[in-house]
Design a protein around this ligand. Structure first.
Ligand SMILES: *Cc1c(COP(=O)(O)O)cnc(C)c1O
Length: 444
């Protein structure tokens, strides 16, 4: 029979915890040991046996490790959602990662011009590749697309009217709502048409002397079906230009490649938006482009120049790491190698039989079955679209319990529960992570 008197003193525990003291310091270690003893005392009062000294030290070590672990951690995405916003959207290519390390680990020419040895401009690093890849006259990169849209509206429509269809007053992921961004920019929002149908004449009737621009916002994350009508971008451009207005196009995801070739719906591309006559096109860096978080604005050189000079541009500028990774990502498009090199496009273009082979390889080592399933693009793009895939369904009795255990692992693995099955989709698991997935599954 053990008793409370068998609980070791903090001093004794500290003597047995020199490695912890070295690692976490005296104060933190003492506090963790105190807490472990306190918990053991309370458990003992409820009748639990008093744990031995080594067990108390182990519990303190675990608590210290848990507290020291960063909350921002890499995870393995086995959900099959390619642009998982909660999991950080686009994973970067090897070349983009190398660019991050190369620029982030030292000093750089961020705002330095080597030839004269004098101050240079951060914008120039990205503008040349951006225009080369998109065919735009000029371009600018800011912190994210929400910032890019805010900047464009503030600089070009502040205090004047911006005309937009009621079908495009979208909310993206909660924090970005078109009406709120309009209000923040100081533009007077003029809504035209209805939720499901907006005609060219609706826009035309709304144009008055206050009007600065027509805005189109891509309804990225939902679909209106049935009795619907929207105006083709080229018609909007013609109307805007005839009446002396600008056409600003927020295309959201910003694909540079056509999604249709992979059996998906068409996602607007930056190139076609320019070709249709948009004066400025705005999109994200970390959605279908497959790069770092960034807001990309391309289009007319005089407008881009006006945006660069606006005070808000300084407040939402892109940092050197994003610029480095974005330039490296865009380079894949210039070389025509995006499908092979940009992870997002590699995942989209992955053949189902190649995915099946990986799922079978997992199944050869862990008991379970390989089942047909569906991957999605996610990230607020291509709603309702799916890509046929093969998922591994390990044999488990309680899928939710196993899912929680996989999340508690290191690295955490995020799987999907569908009905009474736990599904792991190899499409979004990086190939070098296969061994980690198998090892984690074997433990359960
Ligand atoms: C995603 C999205 C945004 C916001 O882009 P962030 O880069 O996340 O700031 C804005 N507009 C549309 C249409 C979008 O799809």
């Amino acid at each position: 029979m053990t008793s409370l008197r068998d609980l070791p003193s903090i001093d004794a525990l500290l003597r047995a915890s020199t490695a912890l003291v070295d690692r976490y310091g005296h104060a933190q270690t003492t506090e963790a040991l105190r807490r472990a003893v306190e918990e053991a005392r309370e458990a003992a009062l409820q009748g639990a046996p008093v744990p031995p000294e080594a067990e108390l030290v182990a519990r303190a070590a675990e608590a210290l490790a848990r507290a020291a672990r960063p909350t921002l951690r890499p995870v393995i995405n086995a959900t099959g959602v390619i642009l998982h916003t909660n999991l950080g959207r686009a994973p970067l290519s090897d070349e983009a990662l190398a660019a991050l390390a190369g620029i982030g680990g030292g000093y750089s020419t961020l705002e330095y011009d080597l030839e004269p040895g004098a101050r240079g401009k951060r914008d120039r690093h990205i503008e040349r590749i951006l225009t080369a890849v998109t065919g735009a006259e000029a371009g600018l990169v800011v912190n994210n697309n929400a910032g890019g849209v805010l900047l464009a509206l503030t600089a070009l429509a502040g205090g004047r009217a911006a005309i937009i269809s009621r079908g495009q007053l979208v909310e993206i992921g909660g924090a970005f709502r078109v009406p709120d961004v309009m209000a923040q920019s100081g533009a007077i929002m003029v809504e035209v048409g209805t939720t499901n149908r907006t005609h060219l004449r609706d826009y035309a009737a709304a144009i008055d002397e206050r009007a600065a621009c027509i805005v189109r916002a891509h309804a990225s994350n939902f679909r209106v079906v049935g009795f619907t009508e929207s105006v083709p971008l080229a018609d909007l451009a013609a109307l805007a230009h005839e009446r002396g207005l600008l056409l600003l196009d927020d295309i959201g995801s910003g694909a540079l490649l056509d999604t249709v070739q992979f059996g998906l719906s068409h996602e607007p591309t930056a190139q076609e938006s320019l070709a249709a006559g948009a004066d400025l096109v705005m999109f994200s860096g970390d959605k279908l482009l497959g790069g770092p978080q960034a807001g990309i604005i391309i289009g007319r050189a005089d407008l881009i120049e006006a945006l660069k000079r606006h005070p808000l541009a300084r407040a939402i500028r892109a940092d050197k790491l994003a610029l480095a990774a974005l330039a490296a990502t865009l380079e894949h498009y210039r070389r025509g190698e995006a499908l092979e090199k940009v992870p997002v496009w590699r995942m989209i273009s992955m053949r189902p039989d190649a995915i099946r082979a990986r799922a079978e390889a997992w199944a050869a080592q862990v008991s379970g079955e390989v089942v047909p399933a569906e991957s999605t693009v996610g990230g607020g793009s291509l709603p309702g679209d799916t890509l046929p895939t093969w998922a591994f369904a390990p044999r488990v009795t309680q899928p939710n319990v196993t899912a929680a255990r996989l999340r508690a692992g290191d690295p955490p693995i995020i799987a999907r529960v569908s009905g009474d099955r736990l599904l792991l989709d190899p499409r979004t698991v990086l190939p070098e992570q296969d061994a980690l997935v198998i090892a984690a599954l074997k433990e359960h």
